[in-house]
Write a protein that binds this ligand. Structure first.
Ligand code: SAM
Ligand code: SF4
Ligand code: SF4
Length: 334
């Protein structure tokens, strides 16, 4: 019998954070006042090795794992990341292997990642306007570096998607320019509602631009939009097409939560398993790995964590009494 949690949801997707460090300080994710020079990032020995990550992933395959996403922090800051991709690819040709990155280091890594067996890359890009890009990412990098990364990824044959987090009175003006940049390259942009992950990003509901508002902006530019049938119920993005045949996605975790089909587990860089993006506590798998647990023991531990899972934070958001301490997204992996 396939594994399912207490609400009947399978374990299909795993997001692995390979580092809690990042070369950006996006205001909505790692604001510098909380992640400044005095912030204590994980020490090297606290972080899972590639062998440990691969062993965990291998233990999850018999439990139904189909999709694996490497994320962070910024995954391309971890040394020899293509080696991890290669190890994960050895676990099975059918495993869907993806990475989420801010894209500024992608130009130099795309070829090696493709060669190692990565299928897909999701590049985060919140603005094409240089000043806005630098303000949102609190960075000196340029949007042109990200575009070069995207173009190189396409050149080497990776499937590319672009993620844009939309915040009110900040980057709504960038919805159409980013859509145009993607459509010119026949890429799918995905517009994400600003989420209340972690506790440092000063989230408030007024700053959320709803999927409906994003659709209105795109429909004004391109004409009447049509909904596309989802490929799989656990797909996070609802897809739409423009009359010109361009496709885009909306990730509406605030206004249209999708917990009912959520099949995602997460592993933080220090080896804790989280059953929800909004969890406050993880389950330590690193201790098991370092006590030399075998595949059966790991599988058993993961199985019982999953069977216990009841999370549906986004569906309960409005009824929620204050959650004590949600883990930060840069730590758990977006
Ligand atoms: N550094 C990589 C990047 O930015 O693509 C990977 C990690 S990042 C945490 C993964 C994704 O989470 C990015 O697309 C980012 O825009 C998104 N994200 C981070 N904080 C968010 C928030 N508060 N609301 C919505 N999306 C967020
Ligand atoms: Fe870094 Fe990604 Fe978070 Fe921005 S969203 S601070 S790039 S981890
Ligand atoms: Fe999944 Fe938690 Fe997000 Fe709901 S809130 S979709 S359970 S990660």
């Amino acid at each position: 019998m396939p594994l399912s949690d207490s609400l009947g949801r399978p374990l299909r997707d795993l997001r692995i954070s390979v580092t809690d460090r990042c070369n950006f300080r996006c205001r909505y994710c790692m604001p510098r006042e909380h992640f400044g020079s005095d912030h204590k990032f994980l020490a090297k020995e606290e972080i899972l090795s590639y062998e440990e990550i691969s062993k965990l992933a291998e233990s999850m395959i018999p439990l139904g794992l189909k999709k694996l996403r490497i994320t962070g922090g910024e995954p391309l800051m971890r040394r020899d990341i293509a080696n991890l991709v290669e190890m994960l690819r050895r676990l099975g040709d059918d495993l869907d292997l993806a990475m989420t990155t801010n894209g500024v280091l992608l130009k130099n890594h795309a070829e090696a990642l493709k060669q190692a067996g990565l299928n897909r890359v999701t590049v985060s890009l919140d603005a094409l306007d240089r000043d806005l890009f630098q303000k949102m990412g609190d960075t000196r990098h340029e949007p042109s570096e990200v575009i070069e990364g995207i173009d190189e990824a396409l050149r080497v044959g990776l499937e590319v998607k672009v993620n844009m987090v939309v915040q009110r009175s900040l980057n709504e003006t960038q919805i159409v320019p980013i859509a145009n940049m993607c459509f010119e390259r026949t890429l799918t942009p995905r517009f994400i509602e600003f989420m209340d992950v972690g506790v440092t990003n000063q989230w408030n509901l007024e700053a959320v631009v709803s999927g409906q508002e994003i659709r209105d902006a795109l429909s004004k530019e391109y004409g009447d939009l049509e909904a596309v049938k989802p490929d799989h119920p656990s797909d996070v993005a609802r897809r739409w097409t423009t009359p010109q045949g361009y496709e885009f996605g909306l990730i509406q975790s605030v206004t249209e939560p999708f917990c009912g089909d959520c099949s995602r587990a997460r592993i933080s860089a220090n080896g804790s398993m989280y059953t929800c993006l909004f969890a406050s506590e993880g389950h330590d798998l690193r201790a098991l790995l370092r006590f030399d647990a075998n595949h059966d023991q790991l599988q058993h531990a993961i199985q019982s964590i999953w069977m216990d899972r009841k999370d549906r934070y986004s569906e309960q958001r409005t009824k929620q009494v204050e959650v004590p301490s949600k883990v930060e997204m840069s730590f758990i992996g977006g």
